[in-house]
Design a protein. Structure first.
Length: 410
């Protein structure tokens, strides 16, 4: 069953049947004292310039299939995604919310305090869905105030002395980076995910608290490109190529001319760079772990083509090296060694025995934290309808059982 329409699109267009269905659903399920759930006329959103409008917007194929009614037949991630699409679609067809902008002056012992914010008069679409805010600053400006009457006496709960500083712009999250790409006309709906994947796969940036932080390698590559390939990192140039490619797609430009115009200058820049650019050496990160092989130096973290690894700085006199791996809270069911979180050459996460290559035990799924009720080895877990299904990781046991959910809402 197709729950949503074609998803590789940035179109805002919604078929009139779908609009009608959403309006009917909203009117039937959201009743307000102070207004109607949907506006007089169905909502249409203007398309962005250059949007590929061959497909409709991403929406549920039938709005009456609520996320709740689909929960049993979807995986957790599928359900999360479906709920997001469903909520946003429904909200996009509902009435505006109405706020009163308010300034409250409060007098206390001869001092004045001022609070500015807004009071909600009518919830409209916000009864269904509001976007998660990225920037804290914005939240502060738009804070909701409770309803107050003039002359009302207020009680002081707490007095917090605070100083506000101007914040640097926050680092990009996956979502805000895509928004920025979109704003600049770089990338297309089908390439946003691969672009973000590349940042991580090549170790250009790591995600910390859901925000991208550039790595040493990322900074070095960026500097190098800016110096030797200015056109490649020029937003306008890249956006122009994207729109040229769109023209090739709709037949109004020939691909030979377009690729030639892009390729020739790039080929020239590459051959110049081959001669002129020096190899960039990324500084090693020190650790306080003594080399277990020679015992004469502390190990360092090096950056290589496949990401980071730990090695002895006395190379080539000492050849000790191992992959960067995080220890996880489980022991190898084959040999009792530590289990490490690792990445395959293709970047996929897996869990392997620290005694590799002497021991070859490995598992794709993370240890669940629950041990096998039969042999005590670690288990991996997956969600099933009735609760949690555990599978023993020991190749000689492999026991499976289902634990009913204990009423938690997760
Ligand atoms: Zn060594
Ligand atoms: Zn092992
Ligand atoms: Zn077992």
């Amino acid at each position: 069953m197709g729950l949503i329409t074609y998803m590789r699109t940035d179109s805002f267009r919604v078929a009139s049947e779908a609009q009608a269905a959403a309006r009917k659903y909203a009117m039937a399920n959201y009743k307000f004292d102070t207004g109607r759930a949907v506006p007089e006329k169905p909502r249409a959103y203007r398309a962005k310039k250059g949007a590929q409008d061959a497909h409709e917007a991403i929406r549920p194929s039938d709005v009456w299939r609520t996320p709740e009614s689909m929960a049993a037949s979807l995986s957790r991630d599928q359900l999360k995604l479906y709920r997001l699409i469903w909520l946003r679609f429904l909200a996009s067809q509902m009435s505006d919310a109405v706020f009163d902008a308010t300034t409250v002056d409060i007098e206390a012992a001869g001092h004045f305090f001022r609070a500015t914010g807004s009071v909600m008069k009518f919830p409209g679409f916000t009864a269904v869905y509001t976007e998660e805010r990225d920037e804290d600053a914005e939240e502060e400006r738009n804070q909701l105030l409770p309803e107050l009457k003039e002359g009302q006496v207020l009680h002081l709960n707490e007095l917090l002395p605070e100083q506000h500083f101007t914040q640097p712009p926050p680092r990009y999250t996956e979502a805000s980076l895509v928004k920025e790409l979109e704003k600049n006309g770089v990338g297309r709906p089908s390439t946003y995910a691969p672009i973000i994947e590349t940042l991580r796969k090549r170790d250009y940036a790591t995600l910390e608290q859901k925000r991208f932080k550039p790595t040493e390698v990322g900074l070095a590559v960026c500097d190098l490109l800016a110096e030797h390939f200015p056109s490649v990192v020029d937003l306008k140039f890249t956006a122009k190529i994207e729109s040229e490619l769109d023209k090739v797609a709709d037949g109004s430009a020939g691909w030979v001319d377009v690729t030639e115009a892009v390729y020739k200058p790039l080929a020239d820049a590459l051959s110049t760079a081959n001669v002129e650019v020096e190899r960039v050496v990324i500084a090693d990160e020190p650790t306080d772990e003594l080399c277990p092989e020679c015992g004469q130096a502390n190990l360092v973290i090096k950056s290589g083509r496949y990401g980071k690894f730990v090695a002895c700085p006395r190379y080539p006199d000492c050849t000790y090296r191992r992959s960067m791996a995080k220890k996880v809270n489980a022991v190898c069911p084959k040999c009792g060694g530590d289990m490490l979180e690792r990445r395959s050459k293709k970047g996929r996460r897996f869990f392997g025995c620290a005694n590799y290559p002497k021991c070859d035990f490995a598992a794709w799924n993370p240890p669940s934290g629950v041990n096998c009720i039969r042999c005590g080895a670690f288990t991996t877990a997956s969600r099933v309808k009735a609760g949690t299904s555990y599978k023993c990781a020991s190749p000689t046991c492999g026991h499976r059982w289902v634990a009913e959910s204990g009423g938690g809402d997760e």
